[in-house]
Design a protein around this ligand. Structure first.
Ligand code: HEM
Length: 204
């Protein structure tokens, strides 16, 4: 293994560790090493939701980072980050279904159909599923250009996630505003790249 490959493997292992830490921290807190406060279910729900959204936005940062630095190996981190985002979002939704609602399907149905922030969260999670399933290199090869188009849905997922965050916030919207700015910057970067490409094709 070359020094460069060893370095990339090390970075990958480090990022994987960083993705797992929030879950280990949460388990440790639940086991009495810390505490989960007055409303433990709410705390678990919020921590998992926030980590899922953080990882979704970090996944979106990979392409601009790669383009600005020309570090092509950064792309190899995208799958791990995206799958981790899905994993936390899934645990977040399961916490709501099992611990918060106790599998009360009728009230869950009302929530998904009548509470806009739950509808948006459920939609984001639903769209994450085909992306997680097709995240392998084999799927990427098999689907070709469709894969690229399909995986652009990450922008929609992030937008739905931020909107979900915004709508569930009661009084303090400072954090959702910061997340919205981060999302707008990422979307703006993408739009700018697209416009430049359109101008270049028109000139040809
Ligand atoms: C079926 C899917 C989902 C359900 C049922 C759901 C449900 C919830 C609930 C009940 C809350 C807490 C609301 C409150 O305290 O009043 C919440 C908060 C949150 N959710 Fe979701 N959610 C879903 C999907 C998602 C997804 C896909 C993401 C991110 C990608 C996400 C990110 C968040 C965030 C960031 C918060 C706020 C956490 C905080 O305030 O610290 N959720 N969600």
């Amino acid at each position: 293994m070359t020094v460069r490959r060893r370095f990339h493997a090390l970075v990958k292992a480090f990022i994987l560790g960083a993705c797992i830490i929030p879950l280990i921290h949460l388990i440790a807190r639940a086991n009495g090493l810390g505490d989960l406060g007055a409303n433990p279910i709410q705390e678990v729900l919020h921590t998992l939701g926030k980590t899922g959204l953080n990882l979704t936005l970090i996944t979106l940062m990979i392409t601009p980072l790669r383009k600005e630095t020309n570090f092509y190996w950064l792309v190899s981190l995208r799958r791990m980050l995206g799958l981790s985002a899905f994993f936390y979002a899934l645990l977040h939704a399961l916490t709501y279904v099992a611990l918060d609602q106790g599998f009360m399907w009728s009230s869950l149905y009302i929530d998904v159909t009548q509470r806009p922030y739950i509808t948006l969260g459920a939609l984001a999670l639903l769209i994450m599923i085909p992306l997680a399933i097709t995240s392998t290199k084999a799927s990427q090869r098999r689907l070709g250009r469709i894969w690229k188009k399909l995986h652009r849905l990450i922008y929609l997922i992030a937008s739905l996630g931020v909107l979900h965050f915004f709508l569930q916030a009661k009084i303090d919207v400072a954090e959702p505003i910061i997340y919205s700015i981060a999302l707008l910057l990422l979307l703006g970067y993408r739009a700018n790249t697209w416009l430049k490409r359109q101008q270049a094709t028109r000139k040809q």
